[in-house]
Design a protein around this ligand. Sequence first.
Ligand code: NAD
Ligand code: USQ
Length: 400
Amino acid sequence: MKIFVLGGDGFCGWPTSLHLSARGHDVIIIDNLSRRKIDIELGIESLTPIRPLHDRLKVWGSISGKTIEHHNIDIAENYHRLFVLIKEYRPDVVIHFAEQRAAPYSMKSSWHKRYTVNNNINATNNLMVSLIAAGLNTHVVHLGTMGVYGYNSAGIVIPEGYLSVKVESPGNDLVEREILYPQSAGSVYHMTKTLDQLIFDYYNRNDKVRVTDLHQGIVWGTQTEQTKLDERLINRFDYDGDYGTVLNRFLMQAAVGHPLTVHGNGGQCRAFIHICDTIACIELAIDTPPASGERVCIRNQATETHHVRDLSSLVSHMTGAKISYIPTPRNEALENDLVLENKGFIQLGLKPTRLSEGLAGEIYDIARKYAHRCDLSKIKCVSYWNEERRKAAKEAIGEV
Ligand code: NAD
Ligand code: USQ
């Protein structure tokens, strides 16, 4: 198949592109390299030594004999270039990773809030409009987030996107409906993903665009079968206070002897998935597209749930790292439960990589191996959701 990977230079997009290319698909990456520019803005680097995209693609070509093209297009800004490329190549599938994905980055300032909304919403809208204008029946596979459901202990099993509700009609009968699960974003970034859902719903109903929206949990791990082939293909590993996600941060912190930074008392429960399973799910999604006219297919893309405090205990047990409890910089529930439906991918054949299987490899092969590249000054989270959270952080270190 001819597959466009929007955001194909990123953490999820790069190994997905390699995997699909290895499988014989014709892969075209569209990426404006904005994530690399954000590294420069924040003065950070991936813990792993990622090479420029140009080099990555050259190495992949020489190892695999396969070509992956790269087009440097800002899909939020350059609608026309996106449209022309789509019209010319007529992709069978577009995988859409190309958004600003860090919640803390999206909360740093007015500028970051506006950038995240402008970038993410325009990217998604431009993609949908260009496919419709080109008259294509392309399948769009979008990476969404579990965070659209909110983390407020729903007391029910979180369904895969749609909730069955019973509402009393004027004649007092109970009418059954299936609605999009009520959204409850916990950051400006997460809010953009809830807006993406509305965009997909609209163009799906109006223009019959075929969309699979993957509500993904927090991705952990680094390497995949293809990125392991040569160090120059290595995947990125973010550990800083804005882009590092909780488990990868704990692994790196343990490797450099930094106490594990648990927000609050670690009562936050979140969903997780290994990077190899991310790719496996995307491939399953590509192989099982919705039919024309079918509603947006929403799948929960997560294999296990854990409380942050349990993850810190696990990493601490394995490495001897100390745990430090700090006021959360986020406006979030400090304790929640999370039970989610994830039968969709399991029934399609996904064999999950469990935390218990992959963690030791991550610690030794990645976190410890590249610990010397860590800039300790970048570990702290310095993005606060509001003034109250900023004040709490200052009070904790005796600054107020
Ligand atoms: P990433 O930041 O590493 O990659 C995103 C890529 O998209 C980058 O290479 C960036 O340069 C590119 N990009 C961003 N805006 C663009 C634009 N306007 N035009 C062209 N390219 C653009 O992020 P990631 O971790 O690979 O996440 C990919 C997707 O998966 C995101 O949409 C994210 O919301 C979702 N997701 C990620 C995680 C996770 O834990 N990493 C979990 C759930 C969902
Ligand atoms: N946390 C800590 N200590 C840290 C970092 C985080 O306790 O050092 C806590 C946070 O307060 C939060 C939880 O861990 O309660 C998760 O934070 P995270 O940074 O690992 O994940 P999050 O901000 O939710 O975002 C990540 C990705 C995002 C994706 C989302 C999936 O960056 O792209 O959409 O995970 S989900 O969480 O399911 O919404």
